[in-house]
Write a protein that binds this ligand. Structure first.
Ligand SMILES: [Zn+2]
Length: 68
């Protein structure tokens, strides 16, 4: 993902900065998609085909395993 694009993206709820987490393969073999994380709202917005989906309806709730 283009870093300049990431600079522009803010959380649609709190307007705070987002943390980009790259997709890949989890230790247990599961595939992970790239996400943009808002620590304030504890939401993860999916990135599909290099396009961030900044819709609350599509966001995943972060659980405690994501807090580290
Ligand atoms: Zn937020």
């Amino acid at each position: 993902m283009d870093n300049r694009l990431l600079d522009i993206l803010v959380c649609p709820i709190c307007k705070g900065p987002l943390q980009h987490r790259r997709g890949g393969t989890a230790p247990d073999g599961a595939s992970l998609q790239s996400e943009l994380l808002c620590r304030t709202d504890r939401l993860a917005f999916p990135v599909r085909d290099s396009i961030a989906r900044m819709l609350v309806d599509e966001a995943r709730r972060l659980d405690d395993a994501d807090a580290a």
